[in-house]
Design a protein around this ligand. Structure first.
Ligand code: M6R
Length: 361
C-alpha cells in the first residue's frame, strides 16, 4: 500500500500534485468555479473558522485570502478554546470547520456549539462520511484520498486548495473580482500541481540539508503574510516527527523576543518567495545573521540571487503566484521534516505520543 515508498508520509507528500489537481477538477469546471449552489456568500458578513493543529494553520493561511481577495472578515479559533470562550456569533455569519478526519472531538463539539447560532455550518473535510461532515449543513470534501501518516501533509495542501476556491467564490459573490482577475487566480491555482512536481524534485538536496538540521536542538521558522502560518505548520511538522523543538514566528515579530534565542547553533528557516514583502524579510534575516544564526532561505531564483549569498543554506523554488505560494511552499516544509526525521531515525508514520485522529477532548 505504500506503493514503493518507505513511509506513508513520503507517499502522501509525493501524491500532492495529483490530489490537488483532483480538488481543482471537482470545484472548477469549464474555467468557472463549480461549488454547490448553497455556497453563496452574498449575505454573509463574517466567517468564523475553527480547527485543530495543521487544519487550523490551513485556516490561518485562508484568512489572508478571504480578507485580501474577498474583503470578508475572518475570525479563527482553535477548537479546544472556541466553545469555552463563548464567542458571540451573528445570525448572518457562517461557521466553517476544517478537519481531515472529521472526527476530532474538539472540532465536533465546536460545530455543535454553533448550531442555531449562525446562518450556515460548513465542513471542509477529507472523510465525507465523518461525524463533522454529517452534522454540518454542507460538507465540502478536499479530495486528498486516505491519509495514513500521522503527520498531515496532502490533507493540508488540499485543505488550502479547497479554501482558496471558497475564498474566490466569496470574492465573486461579493463583487470583488473582475472576470479577468478570477481567471488569473484560477490559472495560478491550476499551475500549482506542475510546480509541485518541480518542488518534489528538490527532495535530494533537502535531504542533504536535513542531515545537518538533525543536529539542532531548536529551529525557528519565519514567514510574513500568508507564509507566516506556513512557518507555524513547518515548525509543527518538524516537532511532530523529528522531536526537535521548533517554533514558527512572523518575521517581523523576531525582534520582540525570539531573537534572544539566536546563536550559531540555531537554524532559522525563512520561507520567503520574492514577493512585495521580501525586502522586509531580508532585513529580518540580516538581524539573524548578525547574531551568527544559521539561515536557510527558501525562495525562488530571484530571491536567492538577491539575498542568498550570506545564508547558511538556500533552497531554490519555482516561481509561483504571490497569493498561493503557501500551497507550494508546504512541500519543502514537509520534506525538511521528513528527511530530518529519517536522519534521526525516528518513527515517521507513527510518532510517539500522537494519534491520527484525536477523538477525546
Ligand atoms: O483530523 P483533523 O484535521 O481534525 O486533525 C487535526 C489535528 O489533530 C491534526 O492536524 C494534527 O495536528 C496533525 N498530526 C498534524 O500533522
Amino acid at each position: 500500500e505504500k506503493a514503493g515508498y518507505k513511509h506513508f508520509m513520503a507517499k502522501e507528500i509525493a501524491e500532492q500534485p495529483v490530489v490537488i489537481a483532483d480538488a481543482l477538477k471537482r470545484y472548477v469546471q469549464n474555467g468557472a468555479l463549480h461549488l454547490p449552489a448553497e455556497v453563496d456568500f452574498t449575505a454573509v458578513d463574517r466567517l468564523t473558522m475553527v480547527a485543530c493543529g495543521t487544519a487550523s494553520y490551513a485556516c490561518h493561511v485562508a484568512k489572508y485570502w478571504f480578507e485580501q481577495i474577498a474583503g470578508l472578515p475572518v475570525e479563527i479559533d482553535i477548537a479546544s478554546e472556541f466553545r469555552y470562550r463563548e464567542p458571540p456569533l451573528s445570525p448572518k455569519q457562517w461557521a466553517l470547520f476544517v478537519s481531515q478526519s472529521g472526527e476530532t472531538a474538539d472540532t465536533l463539539a465546536a460545530l455543535r456549539y454553533t448550531r442555531d447560532k449562525v446562518a450556515k455550518i460548513v465542513a471542509v473535510v477529507n472523510v465525507p462520511t465523518s461525524s463533522i461532515a454529517r452534522e454540518a449543513d454542507l460538507a465540502l470534501p478536499i479530495m486528498a484520498g486516505i491519509e495514513v501518516g500521522v503527520a498531515s501533509t496532502k490533507a493540508f495542501s488540499c485543505q488550502l486548495t479547497t479554501l482558496a476556491l471558497l475564498a474566490l467564490k466569496a470574492a465573486q459573490d461579493r463583487g470583488r473580482l473582475t472576470p479577468e482577475s478570477l481567471a488569473q487566480h484560477l490559472s495560478d491555482l491550476a499551475a500549482i500541481p506542475g510546480l509541485m512536481n518541480h518542488a518534489l524534485a528538490l527532495s535530494t538536496p533537502i535531504a542533504a540539508i536535513a542531515e545537518e538540521l538533525a543536529e539542532a536542538q531548536d529551529v525557528l521558522f519565519l514567514g510574513r503574510g500568508a507564509m507566516f502560518p506556513l512557518a507555524l505548520e513547518g515548525a509543527l511538522k518538524l516537532k511532530e516527527i523529528s522531536y526537535i523543538h521548533a517554533e514558527g514566528y512572523a518575521s517581523g515579530e523576531l525582534k520582540h523576543g525570539p531573537i534572544a534565542l539566536i546563536d550559531n547553533r540555531v537554524p532559522v528557516i525563512v520561507l520567503a518567495p520574492r514577493d512585495p514583502l521580501f525586502e522586509k524579510t531580508v532585513s529580518n534575516m540580516q538581524e539573524v545573521m548578525a547574531r551568527h544564526g544559521k539561515v536557510l532561505l527558501i525562495s525562488d531564483a530571484q530571491g536567492v540571487a538577491e539575498a542568498g549569498s550570506d545564508c547558511w543554506k538556500t533552497i531554490t523554488m519555482p516561481q509561483v503566484s504571490d497569493a498561493f505560494a503557501p500551497i507550494l511552499y508546504a512541500i519543502p516544509a514537509q520534506l525538511l521534516a521528513y528527511h530530518t526525521a529519517i536522519a534521526k531515525g525516528t518513527d515517521v508514520d507513527q510518532p510517539r505520543n500522537l494519534a491520527k485522529s484525536v477523538t477525546v477532548e
